[in-house]
Design a protein around this ligand. Structure first.
Ligand code: SF4
Length: 338
C-alpha cells in the first residue's frame, strides 16, 4: 500500500476532493503526521469515521526499522531497513547552528566513483519521497530533537532520481509542517549536466553542490565515470548557466586524496577554472576506507592557501565521523559484506 509520506499537501487535497472528503482535511492529516507525529489514522481525532476509513483503505503510515546505529560525539549514523528489505543509511550531524541530516537518494549507486564505497554497491532502485522523509522522522523521534537542515549527499545520485528528489524537497519544505527552509536544503550531484540545467528552473531556493574532485578531464574521468559523459567544460558551462539563472552561489566539493588531486599545480588549475564565478570550494578531508589505494591528503592547508591567494572562496570541511564510518556508503558497505 502507498505510504502517506509520498504525498504533497495538494496531492492529498486532490485525493480527498475526488473521494468524497474535504480539502481542509488534508491540512489536518498533515498536522497529525508532521507536527503531532501520530502514526495511526484512527488517532486523528478531528477526522470523521468515513475519512479515517478512506485513508486506511488507501494509505499506510509506515515506519522504518533501525538495523544499526553508530554514534560518536556529534554524529549519529543510522542504517534503516525498507519494506522490501533494502538497506539505506542516513547520518545526523549536530552543529552549533542546528542539526543536519545527510540522506540517501537511491539503494546503491551506478555512478561508480572510484574513491566511493557506495559506488561498489550497484544501484538496486530509486528511493521514494517517503523513504527519504522517514529517516528524518525516525531520527528526530529516536534522538528527541529537530532537524533544521538536509543534505542529499548520501548513497545515490539525486539527479538520477530527479522527480522523487524534487517531491521530497517540496514535502519537507511545506510551510507549517516539517518546514525545512529551502536555503537549508542542499542537493549534491556528481555532474549530471542536463539535470543541472533543469534544476535551474526549480522555483525553490535550494542549494546546489557539485562533486568535482579533479581539475582536469584525464584525472576526473579516472575518478568519476560521469566525466566521460559530461566533461569539465560542459559541467562548468552548466554551472555558469545555473548561476546566471538563479543568482545563487554553487558549492564545489573537492575531496582531498593524498598524491592524487592535492598538488600545487592542481590547486592552480582548479582556481583557474572557477576564477570570477560565484562558487565556493569546499575541501573535504578524504575519509579512508578499506580500499588501500586512497589515503587522506596531508596537503589540505597548502592547497587551501593557493586557492585563497587566487581569490577563490574556499573552506575546509570539518571532519565528521571518521571514527564511525560516516562517509558516504561506508556503514552500508560493511553491513552488506559482513
Ligand atoms: S560519490 Fe556519490 S555519485 Fe559517486 S558513486 Fe558515490 S554515491 Fe554515487
Amino acid at each position: 500500500m502507498e505510504s502517506i509520506y509520498n504525498l504533497k499537501l495538494n496531492d492529498l487535497e486532490n485525493f480527498l476532493i475526488n473521494n468524497g472528503g474535504k480539502k481542509y482535511q488534508a491540512a489536518q492529516v498533515f498536522d497529525w503526521l508532521y507536527k503531532k507525529r501520530i502514526t495511526k489514522f484512527k488517532d486523528m481525532t478531528n477526522l470523521n469515521k468515513e475519512t479515517i476509513k478512506l485513508l486506511e483503505l488507501n494509505f499506510q503510515i509506515d515506519e522504518l526499522e533501525i538495523v544499526k546505529k553508530q554514534s560518536a560525539e556529534q554524529t549519529h549514523k543510522y542504517l534503516f531497513k525498507l519494506s522490501d528489505g533494502s538497506l539505506i543509511e542516513a547520518v545526523l550531524m549536530m552543529h552549533n547552528y542546528g542539526n543536519s541530516i545527510c540522506v540517501s537518494s537511491q539503494v546503491g549507486c551506478n555512478m561508480g566513483c572510484l574513491f566511493c564505497e557506495s559506488g561498489k554497491l550497484k544501484k538496486v532502485r530509486n528511493l521514494l519521497p517517503s523513504e527519504m522523509i522517514l529517516p528524518i522522522l525516525m531520527i528526530e523521534k529516536d534522538l528527541n530533537l529537530r532537524i533544521s537542515s538536509v543534505v542529499i549527499m548520501g548513497i545515490g545520485e539525486p539527479f538520477d532520481n530527479y522527480l522523487n528528489v524534487i517531491k521530497f524537497i517540496e514535502i519537507i519544505n511545506e510551510p507549517k509542517y516539517l518546514s525545512i527552509g529551502a536555503r537549508h536544503i542542499t542537493v549534491s550531484t556528481c555532474g549530471v549536466v542536463p539535470k543541472i540545467k533543469e534544476f535551474s528552473d526549480f522555483p525553490l531556493q535550494v542549494n546546489l553542490a557539485i562533486s568535482f574532485h579533479a581539475p582536469d578531464d584525464k584525472l576526473r574521468s579516472e575518478l568519476m565515470k560521469i566525466n566521460k559523459v559530461y566533461n569539465i567544460a560542459e559541467l562548468i558551462d552548466s554551472i555558469k548557466e545555473y548561476i546566471l539563472k538563479t543568482n545563487r552561489r554553487v558549492t564545489i566539493e573537492y575531496v582531498m586524496i593524498d598524491n592524487v588531486n592535492d598538488k600545487d599545480e592542481q590547486a592552480k588549475s582548479l582556481a583557474k577554472l572557477f576564477k570570477g564565478l560565484n562558487v565556493y570550494i569546499n575541501l573535504i578531508p578524504y575519509n579512508e576506507t578499506s580500499d588501500p589505494s586512497f589515503k587522506k591528503s596531508k596537503r589540505i592547508m597548502q592547497f587551501y592557501d593557493i586557492l585563497k591567494k587566487e581569490n577563490i572562496n574556499v573552506t575546509v570541511r570539518r571532519e565528521f565521523g571518521g571514527d564511525i564510518d560516516a562517509a558516504c556508503g561506508q556503514l552500508k558497505a560493511k553491513e552488506v559484506n559482513e
